[in-house]
Design a binder for this molecule. Structure first.
Ligand code: UT7
Length: 322
């Protein structure tokens, strides 16, 4: 006997309905780190990485920041807790392995028993989560999905380690994805390189984050330009048609090298790393949310997102601004 299962009706497209972000108020300059005993200097950090200052969470947990960013994204989208069917939390800095944070996040937001799961693709996590949300919506499995990237990297960073202590910071960004009659979230271009899994890891004993900075830098600058171009092509756009480019905020030199490869001088490039540092999965939604707040991107304009990091993993995708 052949049994036919039914599927929910598909949606023709998905779109980002709104974004929000939260950054903790405590700001540390490079000189502040030097005063704390870090063996570095402002000139080196600004010229090699591009960071002038970063935000560190003090009392806030990763979930506190996720709640704050998600509340803003829901308010900006005109979505109430009863509308949300699914919550995806992209993070690699949850306090414990079990449970994940998405169910508690939903509960703290007053969302009643949605689907909820955590997703760990490190600094590429937000783009992976956005793509998962979009696919869930277009398949008809959900109408409204809350996507959050939240990280408290300072829980895992040894401040005295020059290769990570000056780079990583804390914060959260969120987006609401809803069903749409037209395509507002383009196809993803993604991949990974598990042979280089050791390039960014947490130490098994101490859980401290370590990275082979130079090899990750070489990988990002040699591969991510092509990923950016492929994501544009997959969405059917020339780079010059983009309004904005929001790459993962890992290093200002990496951002500028990928932007150069796009060869689209009129595109607004996110350089939020200067004042926010590297917040892993939160860096793209924070930078994008701030660009929208500043009115740098018009509603409906195409924006390219490219995330990359530990795994190694990467993902690029063009979306239309809410
Ligand atoms: O978010 C996940 C993805 N991660 C990334 O994309 C990170 C990619 N990598 C990077 O951004 C860079 O490799 C780092 C910012 C991590 C390091 O910059 P670098 O230009 O690759 O530095 P390096 O490790 O090659 O070191 C160059 C020099 C060395 O001195 P000598 O041997 O040339 O005299 C280091 O000792 O800079 C020195 N140095 C520092 N000096 C002051 C390294 N770190 C520091 C520091 N302050 N914090």
């Amino acid at each position: 006997m052949t049994v036919h299962l039914t599927n929910p009706p598909r949606s023709s497209g998905s779109r980002v309905a709104g974004l929000g972000h939260y950054q903790p108020p405590t700001t540390l300059t490079n000189d502040d780190l030097v005063a704390m005993g870090v063996d570095t200097n402002d000139e080196w950090v600004q010229s090699r990485v591009g960071i002038a200052e970063r935000r560190f969470a003090m009392d806030e947990t990763m979930l506190d920041m996720a709640v704050a960013a998600a509340s803003k994204a829901m308010a900006n989208s005109g979505v109430s807790p009863t509308d949300v069917d699914l919550v995806i939390l992209a993070t690699c800095t949850g306090k414990q392995q079990v449970p994940g944070g998405a169910a508690e996040l939903a509960s703290r937001l007053g969302i009643d028993s949605p689907g909820a799961y955590d997703l760990n693709a490190a600094c590429a996590g937000f783009v992976y989560a956005l793509n998962a949300a979009s696919n869930t919506v277009t398949s008809g499995q959900a109408h409204t999905v809350l996507v959050v990237g939240s990280e408290k990297l300072t829980d895992y960073v040894d401040l005295m380690d020059r290769g990570t202590g000056i780079i990583f910071a804390d914060g959260a960004g969120a987006a609401v994805v809803t069903a749409s009659d037209s395509v507002g979230i383009g196809p993803v271009v993604w991949g990974s390189d598990g042979d280089s899994a050791g390039a960014i890891t947490t130490d098994a004993e101490t859980a401290t984050l370590r990275q082979e900075g130079q090899s990750v830098f070489r990988w990002a600058t040699s591969k991510m330009g092509d990923v950016a171009l492929q994501a544009c092509a997959a969405a059917g756009l020339e780079p010059s048609q983009l309004a904005g480019f929001v790459p993962h905020q890992a290093n200002l030199r990496i951002i500028d090298l990928i932007a150069k490869k796009l060869n689209a001088p009129n595109v607004v490039v996110a350089r939020d790393i200067i004042t926010s540092g590297n917040t892993s999965s939160a860096s793209i939604p924070i930078a994008l949310s701030k660009m929208l707040e500043r009115g740098e991107i018009a509603s409906g304009a195409p924006v390219l997102l490219v995330g990359f990091g530990a795994g190694l993993t990467y993902a690029g995708q063009v979306i239309l601004a809410p």
